[in-house]
Write a protein that binds this ligand. Structure first.
Ligand code: ATP
Length: 231
């Protein structure tokens, strides 16, 4: 579904990605792990066309998207749950959800479906997003990503700063997406929760993929996991 081949990306003269390659299959959950500054967010930004890859190619559903504008890429069915949530702070939750809706050809979710996933969301609808807690904002950010009808969801540090119960809700959502045939790429520094929900894992360090394999292998082998991701 998503195929990244040998991308190199820069911030000015600073090279952040050195020929990174990875793929995500249909209904597959893939974790992209690695330390601070490894290039995980840059990989997501490159997929979305927010940071242009200077070389290499990125394809989605067989079509090359490397040079497409971001709105075209998201319109093809790639949704993003940013690490800083990026909801509209002065708008209500209801309005934030309403304006996120989009048709792409993938499953169209309704706001009522979101209440089934995040039971707390319904009573938050009239609240302005700037008054929400971090966990509540994450529910809105994920709901916005789903209401945009994705075939692939990019989660950037989805458990960062969240209480364990909300992290479980996030991972439950990833499982639900998989059951619906929707793929996820989950970027985390070192979250076991992400590994437990993933089919495959890539580990990145200093702009390069340094490990690729089944996620189960790292869940079941703590010594190997410590070697690769220090946890
Ligand atoms: P983190 O977990 O801290 O978000 P990351 O794996 O997502 O780390 P990136 O944010 O992709 O890493 O950063 C990769 C490299 O690019 C780092 O060396 C970082 O300092 C550099 N970098 C990231 N954003 C910028 C920017 N806006 N300007 C210059 N350099 C940047």
């Amino acid at each position: 579904m998503l195929e990244i081949r040998n991308i190199e990306a820069y911030y000015g003269e600073t090279q952040a990605l050195f020929g990174a390659s990875l793929s995500v299959g249909r209904a597959e959950v893939v974790a992209l792990l690695g330390p601070n500054g490894a290039g995980k967010t840059t990989t997501i930004r490159s997929i979305l066309g927010l940071t242009r890859a200077r070389s290499g190619t990125i394809s989605f559903e067989g079509a090359e998207i490397t040079s497409l504008p971001t709105h075209r890429i998201s319109g093809m069915g790639i949704s993003w749950v940013p690490d800083d949530r990026r909801v509209f702070p002065t708008l209500t939750v209801a309005r934030n959800l309403q304006i996120a809706r989009r048709r792409t050809g993938y499953r169209e979710w309704k706001v009522a479906d979101m209440f089934g996933i995040f039971s707390a969301l319904e009573h938050l609808m009239p609240r302005e997003c700037e008054n929400l807690s971090g966990g509540e904002m994450q529910m809105v950010a994920i709901s916005r990503a789903l209401l945009a009808s994705p075939g692939l969801v990019l989660f950037d540090e989805p458990s960062q700063g969240l209480a364990p119960r909300i992290v479980q809700d996030v991972m439950k959502t990833v499982r639900l997406l998989k059951a619906e045939g929707i793929s996820s790429l989950i970027v985390e520094q070192n979250a076991l929760a992400a590994l437990e929900v993933s089919d495959r894992v890539y580990v990145m360090d200093r702009g390069r993929i340094v490990h690729e394999g089944p996620a189960r292998e790292l869940v079941e082998n703590p010594a190997r996991r410590r070697d690769l991701i220090g946890m």
